[in-house]
Each structure stands twice: as structure tokens, then as C-alpha cells.
Design a binder for this molecule. Structure first.
Ligand code: PGA
Length: 249
């Protein structure tokens, strides 16, 4: 059975004092066996989040955390960057790679992402790879070809299928309040699933595929009810523990 993953992308929000209360509230809720909750804080909050995840994790390992970005270099003279190895040493399980804000605001190309994916794989971290089209690309009928290019380039040479999740995040749906419909998400997710099988072999079909873009408690079921949607990547609605917990099945 495919894993279900519900992930919180806090982006550049929250300060250290807010972390403990979030986890206390989240951990007071119940959620189903087999669902993994992942928190992606900004790097400066990694230690605070790491210690909360250690405190509240049970032996199902249902709670984990990851970094929103890593350097494409393993170590060295790269002032201000954060390495995969340092993330791992703090207990990170995941690395978010290719978020559209990294691509558009920080100029990350598919090729840079390939390097990041390889580094994360080499360190044994789980990769959550984000893909998705802009509004103009959707209107131009290019959604599937854009997603195909992004996946093929970023996953060139990738072998550790069991450490991969893909997040389909249409750029026009991120932070706009205009989520995709369940059917729109399903169409792209089914395409991604087929493609993963082609790129990675039959086990590619087991990779969890998450939907992201203006997910909130009111629309989460429309996505999770689709056959090829295995989870959610949530920005705005993940900042409050109550609204994030309401998304977790
Ligand atoms: P949003 O962000 O839920 O606020 O739309 C999602 C994301 O950027 O991952």
C-alpha cells in the first residue's frame, strides 16, 4: 500500500517561541496509522522542531520533519547555505526540493535540482520533489509536458525509489486561495504516476504523490478522495496546529 503523507510547509514564518505550542496542540490529536505528518520549518528553526519531533514521535514514526532547501554542494565555502549533512545530523528525515518559490524567486533550474536530489539521496534523506505548471502554461495546454520535463530532469540518475515523494503544486494555486479541483489534481497525479513507473520501473508506482496549492480543511477531502492523491503539501493552512491537524486523516 502507498504511504500517506501530510506535510506542512511553514515557509519563512514562525519564531522559536511558537514551535512548542504548535507541537503540543498537534500531538494532542489522533490520526490514522500509516499517515506520516512532516513539518518543514525554515532552517533556523530546525533544532527547535527536531527536539519537538523527538519528544512527540511514537514508534510508528508518524511525525517527522525536513528542511525547505539545501545547498547543491556537500560542504565548503558557501556562506549562508545549509548542507544536507547538517540537516541529517539534526535528525531531518526529508528535504523539500524544487518548490516553485525556489524556482522563481531564487532562480533554481531543473539542473540545480538534479544535484540537490542526488546529494539528498546519497545522505539517505527522503526527497519531496515539487513540480507544477504556471497559469500561462496551463492555459497553453502545457501542463503535462512541463511536469514531465521537471520530473525527468530532476530524477536523472535517481535510484532510491523508496525515499521519494512527489508534490504536484500548480503555481497558480499556491497562496492564491484558488485551489485546483479534485479532478484537475487527479488528472495530473495519474499522469505523474505513469511517468514515475516509466522513469523508475514498477516500484515508481508506489511513490506517494501529494497535492499542494491553497489546501484548507474545507477542500482537503476533495483531493484525498482521489485515487492517485496520497497526501497534501500545505502552506498557509499549516501555520495553525488546529487547521493543519484538521487536514490529517
Ligand atoms: P499554500 O502553499 O497552501 O499556502 O497555497 C502551498 C505551498 O507552497 O507548498
Amino acid at each position: 500500500m502507498r504511504r500517506q503523507v501530510i506535510a506542512a510547509n511553514w515557509k519563512m514564518n514562525k519564531v522559536a517561541d511558537e514551535v512548542e505550542g504548535f507541537f503540543e496542540e498537534l500531538a494532542s490529536r489522533q490520526w490514522s496509522d500509516g499517515v506520516e505528518c512532516v513539518i518543514f520549518p525554515q532552517a533556523l528553526l530546525a533544532a527547535a522542531v527536531s527536539s519537538q519531533v523527538r519528544k512527540w514521535s511514537d514508534d510508528r514514526g508518524f511525525l517527522s520533519w525536513g528542511v525547505q532547501n539545501v545547498s547543491a554542494h556537500p560542504a565548503g565555502a558557501f556562506t549562508g547555505e545549509n548542507s544536507v549533512a547538517a540537516a541529517k545530523s539534526l535528525g531531518a528525515r526529508w528535504v523539500l526540493i524544487g518548490h516553485s518559490e525556489r524556482r522563481t524567486l531564487f532562480g533554481e533550474t531543473d539542473e540545480i535540482l538534479t544535484q540537490k536530489v542526488k546529494l539528498a539521496e546519497a545522505q539517505g534523506l527522503q526527497v519531496m520533489l515539487c513540480v507544477g505548471e504556471t497559469r500561462a502554461e496551463r492555459e497553453g495546454g502545457q501542463t503535462l509536458s512541463v511536469v514531465e520535463r521537471q520530473l525527468k530532469v530532476a530524477l536523472a540518475g535517481f535510484e532510491e525509489v523508496s525515499s521519494l515523494a512527489v508534490a504536484y503544486e500548480p503555481v497558480w494555486a499556491i497562496g492564491t486561495g484558488l485551489a485546483a479541483t479534485g479532478d484537475q489534481a487527479q488528472e495530473v497525479h495519474a499522469f505523474i504516476r505513469q511517468l514515475l513507473t516509466k522513469i523508475l520501473g514498477t516500484t515508481g508506482g508506489d511513490v506517494p504523490i501529494l497535492y499542494g496549492g491553497s489546501v484548507k480543511p474545507e477542500n482537503a477531502k476533495a483531493f484525498l478522495g482521489q485515487p492517485d492523491v496520497d497526501g497534501l503539501l500545505v502552506g498557509g493552512a499549516s501555520l495553525e496546529a488546529a487547521s493543519f491537524a484538521a487536514l490529517v486523516p
